[in-house]
Design a protein around this ligand. Structure first.
Ligand code: ASP
Length: 324
């Protein structure tokens, strides 16, 4: 049954979210869907923020991983959920690239959600398996050009950050690699550490610890300046890819029709969570930072989703990559 029909039926039966219920919100645990596998970068960010939001809301915010199809399965699940504030989504840039990448997308990012606010923006880093015989990005590019489709590039499916970074990279060096999709880069990193795949561009929230302990090889971060958290890793600009920049923003969403009072409560809790010392410290250690308060708002997230749909559309169309 469609959500609108469900809502009409619920209202007819007197089961809607009444203003009084919205005022008491939340009275039970909240489910926060991560549209990727456990242990990956979105999962890491979500668990830190969910814990801090739980403290503020006085209810558990329980993280649920619904991976697959580059994050679109989990997003669709939340789009169709009951709009009562007890099912939320924490998703990244994929919210804005999916409308162009997926001809048949089972949700509309602009009409199927209420927007809670931006959470963080995370740099990416090119990494390879530890026993690659190259140490710089220049040499890695030369090796990839030589090996071409023998090189196994892991990603988290079409529309994932790792897919977008790989897409731009392959177009920049004009060499396709073989892409191996996972339900998230959590399992992709495990395979990279095991040497089953060769190369990956992933967020620092999923690569910093492995770079520090030497279990994967870093080549370059995708931002203009080196990170304090990974000071020895050069930037793309220092490594023969000037202008190659990509960061991955994340936001929190509720199904459309969630009462305004509930969304306001969630935005307020997000803002408190982003000022939490542990969140700030963990984020900094992983190469990122909480979004500023003025961005942790529904208006800022909507503006971001809208502008990034326009930003990515021509890039995706030029690459000619579609999921269905
Ligand atoms: N965000 C994905 C994950 O959490 C990875 C990606 O987008 O590349 O696994």
């Amino acid at each position: 049954m469609k959500k609108t029909t469900l809502l009409a039926t619920a209202a007819a039966l007197g089961l809607g979210v009444s203003p009084a219920m919205a005022q008491d919100y939340p009275t039970q645990p909240i489910n926060m869907v991560v549209p990727f596998a456990a242990g990956g970068p979105t999962d890491t960010v979500t668990r830190l923020v969910a814990q801090a939001m739980s403290r503020e809301l006085g209810q558990q915010v329980v993280v649920e991983n619904v991976g697959g199809a580059g994050g679109t399965l989990g997003a669709a699940r939340v789009a169709q959920a009951n709009p009562d504030g007890y099912t939320l989504l924490l998703h990244h840039i994929g919210m804005s690239t999916a409308p162009t990448l997926y001809r048949e997308l089972p949700f509309d990012p602009l009409t199927d959600f209420e927007y809670v606010g931006l959470v963080t923006e995370v740099p990416m880093v090119f990494v390879g398996r530890n026993d690659l015989e190259v140490d710089t990005l220049e040499d890695a590019i030369a090796w990839i050009k030589e090996e071409g489709e023998n090189v196994m590039y892991a990603n988290a499916g079409i529309g994932a950050a790792s897919h977008l970074c790989g897409l731009l990279f392959m177009s920049e060096i004009d060499t396709p690699m073989t892409t191996i999709p996972y339900q998230g880069t959590g399992p992709a990193i495990t395979d990279l550490m095991g040497g089953q795949v060769d190369f990956l561009c992933d967020q620092t929230t999923n690569t910093t610890n492995q770079i520090r302990d030497g279990s994967i090889k870093p080549f370059a971060v995708t931002i203009p300046d080196r990170l304090d958290s990974l000071p020895d890793v050069p930037t793309t600009a220092e490594s023969s890819l000037p202008g190659f920049e990509i960061t991955i923003w994340h936001g929190i969403y509720a199904p459309s029709g969630t009462p305004d009072e509930v969304v306001e409560r969630l935005t307020a809790a997000l803002q408190v969570a982003l000022q939490d010392e542990t969140v700030a410290e963990r984020f900094a250690d992983l190469g990122t930072a909480p979004s500023p308060q003025e961005d942790a708002t529904p208006e800022a997230l909507r503006a971001k989703v809208e502008s990034e749909i326009e930003l990515w559309r021509p890039l995706i169309e030029a690459a000619g990559v579609y999921a269905n």
